[in-house]
Write a protein that binds this ligand. Structure first.
Ligand SMILES: *Cc1c(COP(=O)(O)O)cnc(C)c1O
Length: 472
């Protein structure tokens, strides 16, 4: 176990030291042991790191070493002992912040294996295994999410980037229909396109609009109902210059825009529809929740995360597009040295060129769960959210939203009271929640997004909320 414990010194070249690590494997065994020690105890520790753990992070600081000195084992041990306690217990059952998602063990294990292959997902010639798994995952996703059969998937870092891809493909196609090659002409010479989104559209949609140079002032915002759903009757007149951005899963309430009527209006006008379904698109894979995404296949592009609801490892997002020509044209890239082929060359569908092999862990996740396993996972998140609603009400809390998916919004008072409540809950170590704003009022937001959350975790979290309220 400790045979590589000598610092690399003059008599051993760096190459020799690293070669010995590869051959002996003890460094990697040690990493796995640290990882297992963490995973086994994650539910016993405070969900938020305690103040001492945060202070101890300074131990990782110091001047840039002049050269090799410490052993790799010592470095790894330091990371485990100082870094591990300064994580939030996201892989445990009581992290309810953001919309994060836990981690499926088979996907994590596949990731550990694939990381040691260190493949570049760029093209088939460089990583045939990834390329083939991208094709397989694409086919499975089309089936699970009931997408048009020609849909292409880009394996990107997350929904933020998937939205950029979807809007770029939309722009390319709408301009092309109007006789303009947007790639060559640029926005200054292009026909003016209209961007239409609900007032509750996600901040990353607004970011994508800014990044692509449309200008956020140009967004035509559409009113929403009390659950934060776009009101179809409030849509402006659509035409062939419009990109309509819908939401499957409001980041606060979890509500879904009425997809079918909006898509039908867009279709009649020749407009493009992009659906941001970062966490909610997976409703389509569930018999009990599919009503939420009715009409989804009428859109032209979709963005969804594998790292949220599906519980795949970070970072893993999917850009899906029913117009492959538009997607490839919008993300065009070529070079004399890039060996593209008749096989699937993943970089044609992503903004990045070099990438990690996200399809490998996604494949493991989908293969492990299968169709009914995905439904069980997603419906379980919904059931836990409903349990939150029931138990919160029983404990005297006010729940503000209809719990249609995995999100629960609580009213605990004004801004100061909300911030203090959140801080007390986090300090208790019992659960991790975040504050948000809902129709201009402060709220506490609970997002159930990990397979690891059990009914007992929900009850324990509600008890912690009651204690935090009574502590006031
Ligand atoms: C999380 C989220 C995003 C952004 O996704 P990332 O994977 O963090 O880039 C976009 N839209 C919605 C509705 C989200 O919940």
């Amino acid at each position: 176990m400790r045979e590589n414990n000598q610092p690399p010194t003059a008599h051993k070249t760096l190459h020799t030291v690293m070669h010995e690590h590869m051959q002996s494997g003890s460094l990697f065994t040690r990493a796995i042991e640290h990882a297992l020690a963490y995973l086994r105890k994650v539910d016993d520790r405070s969900v938020a790191p305690d103040p001492q753990a945060l202070a101890a992070l300074e131990g990782l600081n110091g001047p840039l070493p002049e050269g090799p000195g410490e052993t790799a084992e010592a470095i790894l041990d330091q990371l485990a002992s100082l870094g591990g306690p300064a994580t939030t217990a996201q892989v445990g059952g009581r992290f309810f912040g953001m919309v994060n998602g836990g981690i499926l063990p088979p996907a994590l294990a596949a990731r550990l294996l694939a990381d040691s292959w260190d493949q570049n997902a760029v093209v088939y010639a460089v990583s045939p295994v990834n390329s083939r798994l991208e094709e397989i995952c694409q086919r499975w996703l089309i089936e699970l999410l009931s997408l048009p059969e020609q849909t292409v998937a880009g394996f990107v870092s997350g929904t933020s980037m998937a939205i950029v891809c979807g809007l770029a493909a939309a722009r390319w196609r709408l301009c092309e229909r109007l006789g303009c090659d947007i790639n060559a002409a640029g926005l200054a010479q292009a026909p003016r396109l209209r961007l239409i989104a609900s007032r509750h559209t996600h901040s990353t949609v607004i970011k994508a609009v800014a990044l692509l140079g449309f200008g956020t002032d140009s967004i035509e915002y559409v009113d929403v109902d009390a659950q934060g759903r776009l009101r179809p009757e409030a849509l402006p007149a659509l035409d062939e210059t419009c990109i309509l951005i819908l939401q499957a899963g409001n980041v606060n309430s979890g509500s879904f825009d009425p997809i079918r009527p909006c898509c039908e209006a867009a279709q009649a006008a020749g407009a493009w529809v992009h659906i941001d379904g970062a966490f909610g698109l997976w409703a389509e894979a569930c018999p009990n929740l599919r009503h939420l995404t009715d009409g989804l296949a009428l859109a032209q592009s979709w963005s969804v995360d594998a790292h949220k609801t599906l519980n795949a490892p970070y970072d893993s997002g999917l850009s899906l597009c029913a117009d492959p020509e538009a997607m490839v044209a919008a993300l065009q890239n070529s070079g004399a040295y890039i060996p593209t082929s008749e096989h699937r060359d993943g970089m044609l569908y992503t903004p990045e060129m070099s990438r990690r092999t996200r399809a490998i862990d996604l494949w493991a996740a989908l293969r492990f769960l299968g169709r009914s396993g995905v439904a069980t996972l997603v419906e379980g998140l919904h059931a836990r959210a409903q349990q939150f609603e029931t138990e919160l009400k029983q404990a005297g809390f006010t729940v503000l939203n209809d719990v249609v998916f995995n999100q629960v919004l609580m009213d605990v008072g004004d801004d100061m009271e909300t911030d203090a409540f959140v801080a007390r809950v986090r300090a208790s170590g019992e659960a991790w929640i975040g504050p948000s704003r809902w129709f201009d009022r402060p709220v506490v937001r609970i997002s159930v997004c990990s397979w690891a959350t059990t009914p007992a975790d929900v009850t324990r979290a509600v008890a912690a909320f009651s204690a935090a309220r009574d502590q006031q």
